[in-house]
Design a protein around this ligand. Sequence first.
Ligand code: C2E
Ligand code: CA
Ligand code: CA
Ligand code: CA
Length: 275
Amino acid sequence: TAKRGQSGCEVYAPSMDAASQESLSLLSELRHAIDAGELRLFLQPKVDLHRQRIAGAEALVRWEHPTRGLVPPMEFIPFAEQTGFIRQITAWMLHASAQTWINLQREGLAVPISVNLSTRDLMDQDLPIKVADLVAGVPPSALCLEITESAIMDDPQRALQTLEQLHALGFKLSIDDFGTGYSSLAYLKQLSVDELKIDRSFVMNMERDIDDAKIVRSTIELAHNLGLSVVAEGLETAKAWTLLQTLGCDQGQGYLLARPMPGEQFAQWLRTWQP
Ligand code: C2E
Ligand code: CA
Ligand code: CA
Ligand code: CA
């Protein structure tokens, strides 16, 4: 149903389905979003549950759309992933995270920042070089890269290689949403990761559901047996904090501490935070 327009580019007849038309316009809007400076970096703190101090922050992307307002990542990340555009978003986030870290350090408030990588990023053979380039000026150990289990299992050999190189460059690595993907413990053993993040679905239900509590407990044990640090996502209540502490979990992240906030507000938040 596409015919050649006079300019030689394709003109789409109205019969093109609404969904693909919407995708096309979303893609061009996303492209525009980066150039127009519409992406925002939000930060959400992670707390050391035992020492009761802020141990780091996760960088989460938002899209400040001129008419739609603040668009949450779930409304464009999956699409960006499908189209490969995620690589540009990742690059933007890495660069913005590095800038944020440098600004925090100037104020004596630097904490490690975690950045999310996607399957597409892991498939990019030049990823390690690109990351190193984008965050030049920040010690690699101040950056943690979060990767989901499913991103690794998509092409484990390739992912393993890329992660090995990132690790060799000194970046910290974290397995995100642990327990939700079809992970393989065999690969986990081979990976040079530093941290496991327990998916928030387990943490948020563990006070009500004995099975979720058991999953949280075994994940903490597994992580520690493998020499990894463990973070609980979805920390929403004081009761959960106490329970996680009892179970020996190292860090927590969730609404109990703070919702993700604009990067510029984080320094102020850090200065005033009290356990
Ligand atoms: P994620 O990596 O698992 O990030 C944690 C998500 O959990 C965030 O949602 C955060 O706001 C939310 N969260 C944190 N604490 C709590 C809590 O106590 N309760 C509840 N109910 N939720 C909590 P957000 O920011 O909407 O991001 C959703 C997902 O979008 C992320 O999940 C990640 O998969 C993806 N994402 C966000 N930013 C990026 C990015 O820069 N790059 C990539 N590749 N993916 C991103
Ligand atoms: Ca994450
Ligand atoms: Ca997660
Ligand atoms: Ca998640």
